[in-house]
Design a protein around this ligand. Structure first.
Ligand SMILES: [Zn+2]
Length: 520
C-alpha cells in the first residue's frame, strides 16, 4: 500500500490558506480505491506513504531570513545552511535505520543508529580541533521494550460490499509496553467515543477491540493522561485491545502513551477516518458484529543495553567554572525536531567557540546525551555521576531541545511560515538570565513565548543534583514523537536564529558574575 497513494483531501485538509497534502495520487490508484462498492464505498486509507517527507507540503513555506547583527556576518559556523547540513547528516542516520528494516526506526539509545550518531558527533568535535573529546558508555538499569513487527488489519468481509478485502492500517504503532505473548488474534470492533467525552459509553466491550479518538492541539502527549486512563478502564471492562485514533493529519506513526493494560495501538488520522466510517456504515447496515480486526505484535525486552554521552571541552579564559551545553542525541523516527535540530546547533556552537577568536570566558562542556527516550539510561544523570571532577565546577546548564521546527497547527491542520513558539525555562528564575534571553530575542527574533517560567521539562532533569541554574527553550508541537518529525519540517532560518541566539546567550552569560546567575 506504501506505493499506492491517494490524497486525503476528503478530510477537510484543503481549506483556503492550507497547503496541499503531500501524498500525491495517481489516477489509476484513486480509481481502484474508490470505484468499487467495497467497504460500503468508503475510500481506502492512503497508507503510510513516504515517512521521510513531511505530512504537509512545506515547499512553499518560506520563513523570514535570520537577522544577522553587524559584525556577526562572519560567524560562518552559525548560518542556517551550515547547521542544516549537519541536521541532514543526523537525520540520514535515522533513515538508514529504517532502510535496514527497522519498523520502529530512529536514533534509539542502545541500538545501532544511536551508536552511529555518537560516532558522528565525536568525529565533528575532533574535526573542530577539540582534543578533549570522548564518548562515555554506561549500562541500562532496566530492560527496554522493543517492538519488532506488528500489523493491525481490518479483515475482509463480503457483507461490507463486493471486493472488501483485508486492509492493513499502516499507520498503526504499538504503545510502549504492549505485548502479545499468545500470538495474533482477531476480534470484533466497538467504538467508544472521544477521550474528551464525559464518560465511556454503556457499550459491551468484552472480547472486543475498542476504538477511541483523541484530538490533540499540541503533540499527542497533551492527551496522554486521558488517553491512557481511558484505555486502562476499557481493559478492565474486558476490551482485548485499544486503538487510539490521533486526529492530526494524514497517516503518521505516533510513538506515545504506555502501559494501557492490553495491547494498544495509535492510528493516524486517515486510517482512523476509514475505520470509523466503515464502522458507522456497518452499524447502519446491521453487520457491525461481523467486522473484525486482526492484531499481530512481536516484541522483545532487551536487557543490558548501553547508552552513551559524547562530550567535548572548549577551554575558556577561566577554567575554574564550567558551563554545560547539552543536547540529547537520541530520538524516535527521523527525529529532526526532537532532537536533530538541538544536536546540530550543539555541534555548530562547539565549532564556533573552538575558534581562538571566539574563546569563551568560562570553559564550555558540550554534551550530546543519550537515553532521553530510553528508560533507565538517562544520559545527564550518568554524566553527573561519571565525571565528578568536571561537574563540581559547573555553574550553569543550558539545554538545546526542539528549537527550530515550523509551526504546525490543528483545525484545520496546517503549517505556518514561522517557527513553533517555544517556552523558555530558567530553573531559578534569575532575572539576569531572563534579561540576557530577552535581549537575545530582540536581537535575533528567536521564537520564545513572552512569558518565561521555571519549567525544565526536557533533558535537564538529570542535572538537578548539581544545584545550579538550568536553562532551556523547548516546544512540543504536533510533530512531537511522530514520523512526521522529518527534515523538511525544520525551518532553516530557525536553525540560524537558534544558533546565533545561543552563541549570544553563552557569551553574555559567560561574562555574568556567578552571584548574578545564582542569587541567594
Ligand atoms: Zn526531546
Amino acid at each position: 500500500m506504501r506505493h499506492c497513494l491517494i490524497t486525503f483531501a476528503s478530510i477537510s485538509l484543503l481549506t483556503a490558506g492550507t497547503v496541499l497534502a503531500q501524498h500525491q495520487s495517481t489516477p489509476s490508484a484513486t480509481a481502484a480505491r474508490t470505484a468499487s462498492g467495497s467497504w460500503f464505498g468508503v475510500p481506502l486509507p492512503a497508507g503510510l506513504g513516504d515517512p521521510h517527507r513531511p505530512i504537509l507540503d512545506v515547499s512553499a513555506i518560506k520563513p523570514a531570513p535570520a537577522t544577522v547583527p553587524p559584525g556577526e556576518e562572519k560567524f560562518g559556523d552559525l548560518t542556517g545552511a551550515a547547521v542544516r547540513k549537519d541536521l541532514e547528516a543526523i537525520v540520514a542516520i535515522s533513515r538508514a535505520d529504517r532502510a535496514r528494516g527497522e519498523k520502529a526506526w530512529g536514533r534509539i539509545t542502545g541500538f545501532r543508529a544511536a551508536d552511529e550518531t555518537h560516532a558522528w558527533v565525536l568525529e565533528q568535535f575532533k574535526a573542530a580541533g577539540l582534543r578533549e573529546s570522548q564518548t562515555q558508555t554506561y549500562l541500562a538499569t532496566q530492560a527496554t521494550w522493543y517492538p519488532k513487527s506488528w500489523a493491525v488489519t481490518l479483515l475482509a468481509n463480503p457483507n461490507a460490499g463486493a471486493g472488501s478485502r483485508d486492509v492493513v492500517l499502516e499507520s498503526a504503532f504499538p504503545t510502549s509496553g504492549s505485548q502479545l505473548p499468545q500470538g495474533p488474534f482477531s476480534a470484533p470492533l466497538v467504538f467508544v467515543g472521544a477521550t474528551t467525552d464525559k464518560a465511556l459509553p454503556d457499550a459491551d466491550v468484552t472480547g472486543k477491540v475498542a476504538v477511541q479518538t483523541l484530538h490533540p492541539q499540541a503533540g499527542a502527549f497533551s492527551e496522554r493522561t486521558r488517553t491512557t486512563e481511558r484505555a486502562r478502564e476499557l481493559a478492565r471492562r474486558g476490551a482485548v485491545a485499544v486503538l487510539n485514533v490521533i486526529e492530526q493529519a494524514g497517516n503518521m506513526h505516533v510513538r506515545d502513551f504506555s502501559n494501557c493494560g492490553v495491547p494498544c495501538f495509535n492510528l493516524g488520522s486517515d486510517d482512523g477516518r476509514f475505520l470509523k466510517a466503515v464502522m458507522e456504515r456497518a452499524g447502519a447496515a446491521g453487520v457491525l458484529p461481523e467486522l473484525k480486526v486482526s492484531i499481530a505484535l512481536a516484541t522483545e525486552m532487551r536487557p543490558d543495553l548501553k547508552g552513551h554521552n559524547t562530550i567535548s571541552i572548549v577551554p575558556g579564559r577561566r577554567t575554574d567554572e564550567i558551563f554545560v551545553v547539552n543536547a540529547h542525541a537520541d530520538g524516535w523516527f527521523d527525529a529532526a525536531g526532537d532532537n536533530g535540530d538541538g544536536l546540530a546547533v550543539l555541534v555548530a556552537l562547539a565549532r564556533h567557540f573552538a575558534r581562538p577568536e571566539h574563546q569563551p570566558e568560562r570553559t564550555l562542556l558540550f554534551v550530546a546525551s543519550g537515553g532521553h527516550h530510553g528508560g533507565g539510561m538517562n544520559g545527564p544523570g550518568n554524566l553527573v555521576t561519571m565525571n565528578p571532577q568536571l561537574t563540581s565546577k559547573v555553574v550553569l546548564v543550558l539545554n538545546l531541545e526542539h528549537i527550530a521546527q515550523l509551526q504546525f497547527r490543528n483545525d484545520p491542520f496546517r503549517v505556518d511560515a514561522t517557527e513553533q513558539p517555544m517556552g523558555f525555562g530558567i530553573s531559578n528564575e534569575a532575572p539576569a538570565i531572563a534579561d540576557i534571553a530577552r535581549r537575545g530575542v530582540q536581537r535575533y527574533g528567536f521564537a520564545l513565548r513572552p512569558n518565561f517560567s521555571n519549567s525544565t521539562a526536557g533533558d535537564l532533569g538529570g542535572y538537578a543534583p548539581l544545584g545550579v541554574p538550568r536553562v532551556q527553550a523547548i516546544h512540543s508541537g504536533p510533530m512531537y514523537h511522530t514520523s512526521g518529525d522529518t527534515l523538511d519540517s525544520i525551518s532553516t532560518p530557525g536553525l540560524e536564529r537558534a544558533a546565533r541566539f545561543y552563541a549570544f546567550f553563552i557569551t553574555e552569560v559567560g561574562q555574568a558574575d556567578r552571584a548574578v546567575l545564582q542569587p541567594r
